[in-house]
Design a protein around this ligand. Structure first.
Ligand code: XMP
Length: 516
């Protein structure tokens, strides 16, 4: 992707592999400076053309001496742009500028005590003599290149940081971008603000102003259509576009009837009544239920719901005159994953929109430079309610994947009701939003119970609540017994047709977060 706005200073993060580049880009933005990730083999000419205010070389899993190891264009280091290298980045700098990297078998992994050796270091200015840093490497620089001063060491790494202030080149063997490095963010800020002289102007206000301006330039007086699901990304796209182009925007909210209690009402209320967005609310539950009747295979359910979404959406979209653009909530991590030829995981489905024969809209992706936390902040700044901005991840097919077996209106109502109790109770207890996700599941089994004097034969509800950082792995949440007891009592008393409540105590792996 190209730069954000010409006048917005950009820091380019050269990606040498592993996951560090994304974290670095986020840390730079937390320092209120706009950043983009570029492949490590970007040429010096291309860097010069982009006119970045600074460069950061990321860490990476390779050894600089390994066959096929990623190497940067060394001419980049001659451009006079301030450069900061981390981990593999310090070694790249040393390799190209005449330092020495002895081959050793002693690596350093985990916490280390960083000792500042040179009180006049520009990069380490303000650090105490000793602090904690995070190391993860095998090779390390033995002798720095000519012109460089060693500014810090650890017990096992002689060159933990080095700099040549006259050429504006700085590097650390440790990882300032990880939270375990005590003064990491301070080092990043010193580099960006003091050394590279970049003003910290990447604020929510600027993000919104610039995005709005960009959208206006891009669409002119054309009309735009946007699919609204009630999720964070599409909601922020809609609010942002509405700010930019007002009535030129029409949102289509395909309500498949498998949302949680009051969710559809909230989407309609927020967008139609509060923001006054042109909103088409398609109430399609019956249509979906007809298609889903008797279908219990989870993949089949997902496919039917996904395909029907686009059918309904295009039915509405093609009724409107003169629409040129289709807005999508693609985020920066999606762009990195699908656009970086070196990324291990290729995710391209984001752009695969099944346009019907003869129909085409150009895509507008106003969030494609933003990380998720920035999207949430933009949403709040635009006045979206917390329920939307801090919404937990929720599958596109909605409650359909939380009903095991076939789907009926009655089952949906039962699950919606139980789920509302779970959300209300855990939400009231988890005021700091520490639990990643919590919800109810309706399995396709019945068991015997007794209520009053009567024998019952009904469904159970399963409560799922997990702690997680990114949904890749998760642990079941250690909820207090009193909270579990309260939910159990309420669900059994308040939801008809439920005679038992179970709590899922499975981590991921081996389980998944959702049931299906
Ligand atoms: P699993 O169940 O695989 O889920 O552990 C991982 C995370 O992904 C969410 N999820 C979805 N999110 N569309 C989404 O936007 C989907 O179809 C979907 N399916 C699962 C799930 O809630 C969890 O956070």
């Amino acid at each position: 992707m190209s730069g954000y706005h010409d006048e917005q200073a950009v820091v380019l993060v050269l990606d040498f592999g592993a996951q560090y580049a994304q974290l670095i880009a986020r840390r730079v933005r937390e320092a209120r400076v706009y950043s983009e990730i570029v492949p490590f083999d970007i040429t010096a000419d291309e860097v010069a053309r982009r006119k970045p205010a600074a460069l950061i070389l990321s860490g990476g899993p390779a050894s600089v001496y390994a066959e096929g190891a990623p190497h940067m264009d060394p001419a980049i280091l001659e451009l006079g742009i301030p450069v900061l290298g981390f981990c593999y980045g310090i070694q790249e700098m040393a390799l190209h500028l005449g330092g020495e990297i002895p081959k050793t078998d002693i690596g350093e992994y985990g916490f280390a005590e960083l000792e500042v050796l040179d009180a006049s270091s520009r990069l380490l200015e303000g650090l105490p003599e000793r602090s904690q840093c995070w190391m993860s490497h095998r090779d390390s620089v033995g002798t720095p290149p000519p012109g460089f001063t060693v500014t810090a060491r650890t017990a096992t790494t002689a060159v933990a940081a080095m700099e040549d202030a006259s050429r504006n080149l700085y590097a650390t063997q440790f990882h300032p971008e990880v939270a375990h490095t005590e003064y990491g963010q301070q080092i990043i800020r010193t580099f960006l603000h003091d050394i590279a002289g970049i003003a910290p102007t990447w604020t929510m206000f600027n993000i919104i102003e610039e995005t709005v301006e960009r959208v206006r330039e891009q669409v002119g007086s054309d009309r735009v259509i946007c699919g609204l699901s009630g999720g964070v990304d599409s909601s922020v796209v809609a609010a942002l576009l509405h700010r930019a182009i007002g009535d030129q925007l029409t949102c289509v909210f395909v309500d498949h009837g498998m949302l949680r209690l009051n969710e559809a009402e909230q989407v309609v209320h927020t967008f139609r009544d509060t923001f006054h967005v042109n909103l088409i609310h398609v109430e399609a539950e019956e249509r979906y239920l007809r298609l889903l009747a008797g279908v219990s295979d989870p993949e089949a359910k997902r496919r039917i719901i996904g395909e029907e979404f686009w059918k309904v959406f295009f039915e509405e979209a093609t009724k409107l005159e003169g629409v040129k653009w289709l807005a999508q909530g693609t985020l920066y991590p999606d762009v990195i994953e699908s656009g970086n030829k070196h990324a291990a995981k290729i995710k391209s489905h984001h752009n695969l929109i099944p346009f019907p024969e003869g129909v085409h809209f150009d895509l507008i992706e106003p969030l494609k430079a933003l990380f998720k936390d920035e999207v949430r902040a933009v949403g709040s700044e635009l006045g979206l309610p917390d329920e939307i901005v801090h919404r937990q991840p929720f599958p596109g097919p909605g409650l359909a994947v939380r009903i095991i077996g076939d789907i009926t209106h009655e089952k949906l109502e039962k699950l919606r009701h139980a789920d509302a109790i779970v959300r209300e109770e855990i939400g009231a207890w988890d005021t700091k939003r520490e639990v990643w996700q919590y919800f109810a599941v309706l399995p396709d089994i019945k068991s015997v119970g007794v209520m009053g004097d009567e024998r019952t034969y009904e469904n159970p509800i399963i409560i799922r609540a997990v702690a997680s950082a990114d949904a890749m792995t998760a642990d079941w949440a250690r909820l207090p017994h009193e909270l579990l007891a309260r939910m159990s009592n309420r669900i059994i008393n308040e939801v008809d047709g439920i005679n038992r409540v179970a709590y899922d105590i499975t981590s991921k792996p081996p389980g998944t977060i959702e049931w299906e």
